[in-house]
Design a binder for this molecule. Structure first.
Ligand code: HEC
Length: 395
């Protein structure tokens, strides 16, 4: 019953989170695109610094940018604030349901950090992320130095998460660090700045008003953090990334590729697309693909292993002891009322049908069993490896 309720909460919150994130990222990308596409209006229009004509859904649209307002406060002024709030809150609730409630399976690894400590670190990471980032923004005046410091901070956070959490949870938390910075920027800096701007419009002091360099660079950070965050959020479906021995470097490379892609789009909207950024992103991605390749693809040792197929009774007992408590049609492990992702691995025959996935989750990486809850040994993994290399025979 408990696991069933958790599944529905998980589904409902994930749905909400993805929809909220689409609206946030969507409106952010859209405004970014419009903003960079503005050109001075011809003929000039009073107070308008940029104008863009656009066609969509069978109509022509005309956007105008008023850096210091149109000279009055419009009656109806649309704000973009609930998108970021909804994304962050639904994400935090999803984190609680999947990674805190399910801490023993999803959060912890065999590092020795238990569920309670793991949850406290998770909670603290959100607060620390914002506090450290905010301090960095206040004390570093050079834009380049600040961007570098933010990148180092995120990389360092991931390194710490990888020491204490499962690879999957570590990647997710690096994403949470970046997403918290982004939501904090909107709520603690950008929105209050806009309120002050409106006040200055009402007071008639808007002509002396300056958004400030700080708000500008925080906007800039949000723009470049978006693709790395989205990668961190979807990477949990790809054990080849978070499960690799080079997970840390892999994450950094893929995030860097995301930043380069974002930069390409920014140059494109400005009207002078720099394709070299796309080329750089492709090159970095290629490095990541090579770096994260599973060991058996890089070494020609599988034939040697296959030479000595293991005893089938041994393989069968390893599967029963180490996998079947969760991966049986009716799992006995607490918190599971169905095999994870519907994948049954409780006999030689059922294991043989998932040979590729087993190699990925339990041989190339040590993602399974989660946190090594069932205590599989290295020797048992190599027995499974030989069995897979022999073509996963069932008799
Ligand atoms: C404590 C419970 C537990 C144990 C024990 C366990 N698994 Fe898993 N397994 C899971 C969970 C939870 C998932 C889903 C993970 C995800 O979606 O990222 C999973 C997913 C998998 C998948 C991927 C399924 C898919 O979606 O394609 C494979 C393959 C797998 N496990 C293999 C194994 C093998 C092999 C063993 C034994 C050596 C094992 N597991 C032991 C809980 C367990």
């Amino acid at each position: 019953m408990e696991a069933y309720i958790a599944d529905w909460l998980h589904l409902g919150l994930r749905w909400l989170h993805v929809v909220a994130a689409i609206t946030w990222v969507g409106s952010s990308f859209y405004f970014n695109r419009i903003d960079r596409s503005f050109r001075p209006p011809v003929p000039p229009v009073d107070r308008v610094s940029g104008q863009l004509w656009s066609i969509h859904g069978g109509a022509i649209y005309n956007y105008s940018r008023y850096p210091v307002g149109p000279g009055y406060v419009p009656d109806r002024l649309k704000w973009s604030k609930w998108e970021s709030f909804g994304t962050w809150v639904s994400g935090a609730l999803l984190l609680a349901v999947v990674y805190w409630w399910g801490a023993s399976v999803n959060l912890i690894s065999s590092s020795g950090v238990g569920p309670v400590a793991g949850i406290l670190i998770s909670l603290a990471s959100m607060i620390v992320a914002w506090v450290v980032y905010d301090i960095l923004c206040r004390i570093i005046s050079s834009d380049q130095m600040l961007s570098a410091a933010v990148a180092v901070f995120v990389a360092l956070s991931l390194w710490i998460f990888l020491q204490v959490y499962s690879g999957k949870a570590a990647f997710l938390h690096a994403g949470i660090v970046m997403a918290t910075i982004m939501a904090g920027n909107v709520w603690f800096v950008i929105l209050p700045g806009q309120k002050k701007m409106l006040q200055a419009m009402k007071d008639g002091t808007i002509d002396e008003y300056d958004v400030g360099a700080d708000a500008k660079r925080r906007n800039y950070h949000n723009n470049y953090l978006t693709l790395p965050v989205v990668f961190a959020m979807i990477a949990s479906h790809f054990p080849m990334t978070y499960g690799s021995a080079y997970a840390w470097l892999g994450f950094i490379l893929i995030s860097a590729a995301g930043v380069a892609v974002r930069h390409y789009f920014n140059t494109m909207h400005h009207g002078h697309a720099r394709k070299r950024w796309l080329a750089l992103a492709a090159f970095i991605s290629l490095c990541a693909i090579v770096l994260l390749a599973p060991p058996h693809l890089m070494r020609a040792d599988s034939a040697a292993v296959a030479a000595s197929p293991p005893e089938l009774a041994r393989v069968s007992s390893i599967i029963e002891m180490r996998c079947a408590s969760c991966h049986a049609a009716k799992p006995t492990m607490q918190g599971f009322n169905a095999p994870p992702n519907g994948v049954v691995i409780d006999s030689l025959a059922s294991a043989a049908t998932h040979a590729h996935q087993i190699r990925q989750m339990a041989i190339d990486t040590t993602v399974m069993p989660p946190g090594n809850l069932t205590g599989i040994t290295d020797e048992e993994r190599s027995v499974l490896a030989s069995w897979l290399a022999a073509g996963a025979p069932t008799q």
